[in-house]
Design a protein around this ligand. Structure first.
Ligand code: FE
Ligand code: FE
Length: 162
C-alpha cells in the first residue's frame, strides 16, 4: 500500500532539491566565469564549494531514511537556471551583465531557501532530528549567500549607475 502522507511528500521534495542542487552545482562555475566583478566571481566560487556540501548533506538525509539518493526533475530550477543562461547570452559584454547575474543567482537562492524552509518544518513535524540539523545547516548557508549577493548588488548597481 502506498499512502501519500507527509513522509512521502518529504521524500519527494528531498528528491526535488537534490536534483536542483546538482543543477546549481553545474551552473555556478559558468556564472563565475561570466561575472565581471571580482567580488561577484568570488561569491559564486565560494558558493560552488558550499553547494558540494549541500549535495552531501542531502545524501546523508537519504541515508537516514534508508532510501537511495535519487533526484527528481525539478522544472522550477530548470526555468530559473534557463533564465540565468539567457541573461549571460543576451547581456554578454554589456554593462548590466552583473546586475542580471545577481538577480538570477538570488532567484536560485530564494528557491532553495523556500525548499529548505519547508523541508525543515516537515522534518520537525516528523521528528527527524538528524535531518533537521542537516537541513538547518544548509538553510543558514543559503540565507547567508543571499545576504552576500544583496550586498554585492548594492555596490555593483551603484558602480553601474555612476
Ligand atoms: Fe544549495
Ligand atoms: Fe545556494
Amino acid at each position: 500500500m502506498s499512502e501519500k502522507d507527509l513522509n512521502a511528500l518529504f521524500l519527494d521534495t528531498l528528491k526535488d532539491i537534490y536534483y536542483a542542487e546538482k543543477q546549481i552545482y553545474k551552473a555556478l562555475p559558468k556564472m563565475a566565469k561570466a561575472a565581471e566583478s571580482d567580488q561577484l566571481r568570488a561569491a559564486f566560487e565560494k558558493h560552488h564549494d558550499e553547494t558540494e556540501n549541500h549535495i552531501q548533506r542531502l545524501e546523508q538525509i537519504f541515508e537516514l531514511l534508508h532510501k537511495p539518493a535519487r533526484g527528481k526533475k525539478c522544472d522550477a530550477i530548470e526555468g530559473i537556471l534557463d533564465e540565468g543562461k539567457e541573461i549571460m547570452e543576451e547581456y554578454e559584454n554589456e554593462p548590466a551583465l552583473d546586475a542580471g547575474l545577481l538577480a538570477a543567482a538570488q532567484a536560485v537562492e530564494h528557491y532553495e531557501i523556500s525548499r529548505y524552509g519547508t523541508l525543515k518544518a516537515w522534518a520537525e513535524k516528523l521528528n527527524m532530528a538528524g535531518a533537521i540539523k542537516l537541513l538547518d545547516q544548509t538553510l543558514a548557508e543559503e540565507k547567508k549567500t543571499d545576504e552576500t549577493l544583496s550586498r554585492i548588488a548594492t555596490s555593483v548597481v551603484n558602480a553601474e549607475a555612476a
